[in-house]
Write a protein that binds this ligand. Structure first.
Ligand SMILES: *Cc1c(COP(=O)(O)O)cnc(C)c1O
Length: 339
């Protein structure tokens, strides 16, 4: 069983996205352990390619990453200054007046950024809160003013323009570097780029970056193969019954490895033996998946669930979710291998 992560592809995707925003610094978002792919491997590879700005969600993630990056790499913490957070060597993106005053009291002179809410209503200063604190905050020298788009994966959504206008209104008369776009916003065009773009899912091979190179291959070992007679059933709930004499392989992976049961809900999930698709039959169990390999002349030692034929977003569509959730769900049980 193995998750093979192509660091070159991540770097190539980062560079390709950076080229879409030529005037902006391309930052790398490595939160949630680089979307499950291993921040201590991914971030240094991006640093070697020229990335100097990294975003994590939590201070603890930033602290774990800090020793793996040289001092001139900036690690920004999107959750800002949470109570009790150790921000040594990190740059919090302060999200509220409460965080601002806490940070100034506890880390006087420490580098910080400000996150503004331009309409998503999730994180960041409301316009009125910002107006009240602006002069004091700007005098303290923030390194970045940022906000986040809620609908950037839908280019025609009116919220994109509205958030752009709101962000401009809150920041136009400052001289602080500004950032609005993640992957989706980067693809919306130059109005959205400002001084820094925060590249995440597109680097990892996911939509909405249609030109992304695939990054992950996941192979699952076959641990047993059996003949199943016509009218015999397979797996929990007997949800699949053989309509013909069949050969069924059992692979060692399941929902405890992030391959959620919903992937098999409509019977369209396949595993691949080279270029041959093999239908998953029956329910996905905690540690096992059953596959109809009747069509194979020979059953290989491993079957692939993620490759260049079945990508992260294909799995997401089958499971009724998004590529982000597939990636971050891929469990720690697989031995990771880096190309
Ligand atoms: C996760 C995140 C990003 C990266 O988003 P992608 O869609 O993965 O590119 C950027 N900015 C913020 C604030 C985020 O939370």
């Amino acid at each position: 069983m193995g998750l093979i992560i192509d660091l070159q592809a991540i770097v190539a995707n980062w560079q390709a996205l950076a080229a879409r925003a030529p005037g902006a610094r391309p930052a790398a978002v490595v939160k949630a352990d680089s979307y499950g792919l291993g921040a201590t491997r991914v971030a240094p590879a991006l640093y070697a390619a020229g990335a100097r700005d990294f975003f994590v969600a939590l201070a603890s993630e930033g602290r774990a990453l800090r020793p793996h990056l040289p001092d001139d790499a900036r690690i920004m913490v999107l959750s800002g200054h949470m109570l009790g957070a150790d921000l040594t060597g990190l740059i919090p993106m302060l999200n509220s007046p409460e965080q601002f005053f806490r940070d100034r009291a506890m880390r006087p002179g420490g580098a910080f950024g400000i996150q503004l809410d331009s309409g998503m209503n999730r994180l960041g200063f409301e316009p009125a809160e910002w107006a009240a604190i602006r002069d004091e905050a700007l005098a303290a020298g923030p390194v970045l003013l940022m906000s986040h788009l809620a609908c950037a994966d839908e280019p025609d959504h009116p919220a994109n323009r509205q958030q752009l206008e709101a962000f401009r209104a809150m920041t136009h008369d400052t001289h602080v570097p500004r950032s609005l776009a993640a992957t989706g916003g980067t693809l919306l065009g130059s109005h959205y780029h400002f001084d820094l773009v925060r590249l995440g899912i597109g680097m990892y091979g996911g939509e909405p970056f249609a030109d992304a190179q695939p990054v992950v291959t996941l192979s699952l070992p076959v641990i047993q193969t059996r003949d199943v007679a016509r009218d015999e059933s397979v797996g929990y709930g007997y949800s699949w019954t053989a309509r013909r004499p069949s050969r069924v392989a059992t692979v060692a992976a399941g929902y405890a490895d992030g391959l959620m049961r919903a992937l098999a809900r409509d019977g369209r999930l396949v595993l691949w033996a080279d270029d041959q698709p093999c239908p998953v039959v029956g329910r996905i169990s905690m540690d096992l998946i059953t596959v109809d390999v009747t069509g194979l002349a020979e059953v290989p030692a491993e079957l692939q669930i993620l490759n260049h034929r079945q990508k992260v977003d294909d799995l997401a569509a089958l499971g009724g979710t998004i590529g982000y959730e597939i990636l971050t769900s891929l469990g720690a049980r697989y031995p990771g291998e880096y190309l």
